[in-house]
Design a protein around this ligand. Structure first.
Ligand SMILES: [Zn+2]
Length: 537
């Protein structure tokens, strides 16, 4: 192999700058470091790699085999494949939901007018109380926005819409509008329950959200279920017809409310409606797996510190067929990131001398179920969490056109910003701002749990120039997210640009290599809204 010969030849010279070594390895990255892994992981055999299912376990073992072949050490005594205890909760029977106002009673139909986010802990749930509408159900005191201002939610069931006001910066909006955050905010205001309005057709909601995402949590050692994305308690979700029925009964116009909310004016008021809801649930304790391997650092003073590369290997399983294909292949989401993770391990393994710090490579699961695998990983890390100096996450990068620029989610909050600039500069790739702020991508991937725990992180993603002559980056991104994302169309055959895959891999390698080689670990620039505790030094 040319790279091994070249590296061996260079070794004889004896004196090498870190820059030369990294450049040599960077130049050796080829499409075949990535493509075959995507082909396998996105194949029918893996059945969409759904968390807790057989296809995911095959993916976990495949990644482990790659790590072992490359000479990595298992990240824990357990081996490369680390078990994650989970719980899956589903609705049992037919939930009931009745709304009543001024003597008029409407019984909503389960599966048509409403769906239910399952309760993670209780087998039977009833809700009964007056309703209060709280807009998006969010508070952003730093921006002078509070949906709960002047509203008494005590003893009531709050009714809210997903998302948040557009005037709140995208990252902060993502953090403050997670379902779990809204649930906690409602509880803090004394509410007894939450009802979410999702005014779209039930069939769409069922296929794109419910079948794919809901009812999962990881289990702590004491058995308690944990999520950071979805609610813990049962939450009715009213569809388009259910929402219309509720507003009609309340004598309110949803359209008016939506216009004002989108203008940034809070819309909160008592609904003259009472709601009674009942549902049963069945919880099954189950498990999934994260695969993690390590390349030991070369500096005795720094080798107990870690740079962690991550990519989620799970996808959303099998679903409604499109053109006869029911496998959600998840080639770019995120066989691409997983393949790039394996390429990162290969690049670090091919260095003549490992970098000063250790480098850990982790393929996580449960991302599609609410970023569960990475959250579990940082809370049960195989090494002390304070020794993880940075996370470089790879998810859903659209390798569809030549890379002219990249966006770097999360980097601006820490000195990783400088590392990203330097690394992209070396490749002649520009650093772009967020190409789709409305997507709130900052809270939608595995770097986010690391950042919540105080670990500086970055995720490179498509920028504003797509490199595709017909479309700018934002258009390419939005079209793909609208037409291909989480459908059986995300295939190996969709026209992947392997040059883009290589450029993306090179950029990720340079960032991690720089952090793993530097004397100083990355530092936060301040204490930020997303941190659960003060930043580690
Ligand atoms: Zn996804």
């Amino acid at each position: 192999m040319p790279i091994l010969l070249l590296v061996a030849g260079l070794l004889c010279v004896g004196v090498l700058s870190a820059q030369t070594v990294s450049t040599t390895v960077v130049n050796s990255i080829q499409p075949d470091w990535i493509a075959p892994h995507i082909r396998f992981l996105a194949s029918d055999l893996l059945e969409g790699r759904e968390t807790t299912k057989r296809g995911l376990r095959l993916a976990a073992d495949y990644v482990a085999a790659q790590f072992e072949t490359l000479g990595l050490e298992p990240a824990a005594a357990e081996g490369f494949v680390l078990r994650m205890p989970m719980r899956h909760s589903t609705v049992e029977g037919t939930p009931t939901l009745v709304i009543e106002a001024n003597g008029t009673r409407r019984e909503l139909v389960y599966g048509t007018d409403f769906l239910v986010q399952p309760d993670l802990a209780r087998e039977s749930v009833t809700l009964d109380g007056p309703l209060v509408f709280v807009g998006f159900g969010v508070s952003f005191p730093a921006h002078g926005y509070d949906d709960y201002a002047g509203i008494d939610a005590r003893g009531k069931i709050v009714v809210l819409l997903p998302g948040g006001p557009e005037k709140i910066p995208s990252d902060e909006r993502g953090h403050g509008t997670l379902f779990a955050t809204k649930e906690a905010t409602a509880r803090a205001h004394g509410a007894v329950g939450v009802v979410t309005l999702m005014p779209v057709p039930a069939a769409l909601l069922h296929e794109r959200v419910f079948r794919q995402l809901v009812g999962y949590s990881w289990r702590a050692r004491d058995g308690s279920p944990n999520t950071l994305f979805f609610e813990h308690a049962a939450t009715p979700r009213l569809t388009g017809t259910g929402t219309a029925a509720l507003f009609e009964l309340a004598g309110r116009s949803l359209a008016e409310v939506l216009v004002k909310l989108h203008q940034g004016t809070p819309q909160s008021f008592d609904f003259p409606v009472r709601l009674a809801f009942g549902s049963r649930f069945r919880q099954v304790d189950t498990a999934s797996w994260n695969t993690a391997g390590v390349i030991r650092g070369s500096d005795p003073a720094l080798r107990d510190e870690y740079v962690v590369y991550s990519a989620h290997m799970d996808h959303v399983g099998m679903g409604a067929p499109v053109n006869g294909d029911s496998v959600h292949h998840g080639a770019l989401d995120n066989a691409g990131g997983t393949a790039t993770l394996i390429a990162m391990a290969r690049a670090f393994a091919s260095l003549p001398t490992p970098p000063r710090r250790s480098v850990m490579f982790v393929a996580v699961s449960g991302e599609e179920k609410g970023i569960l695998g990475s959250d579990y990983f940082v809370r049960h890390a195989p090494v002390p969490v304070g020794q993880i100096v940075a996370n470089v996450n790879m998810d859903n990068y659209l390798m569809l056109a030549q890379v002219k620029d990249l966006a770097a989610y999360g980097a601006s909050y820490s000195t990783l910003d400088d590392v990203v600039r330097k690394s992209l500069g070396q490749l002649g790739v520009a650093l772009s701002p967020d190409a789709a702020p409305e997507q709130m991508i900052f809270t939608r991937s595995d770097h986010y749990p690391f950042m919540r725990r105080g670990i500086p992180a970055v995720m490179l993603f498509n920028g504003q120039q797509s490199g595709d002559k017909g479309r700018d980056g934002s258009t390419m991104l939005r079209q793909w997210l609208g037409n291909v994302h989480h459908t059986p169309r995300d295939t190996y055959e969709q026209g992947i640009d392997w040059g883009a895959g290589v450029s993306y891999a090179k950029a990720n390698f340079l960032i991690g290599y720089e952090v793993a080689s530097a004397t100083e670990r990355p530092r936060w620039k301040g204490n930020y809204f997303f941190m659960e505790r003060p930043a580690v030094p």
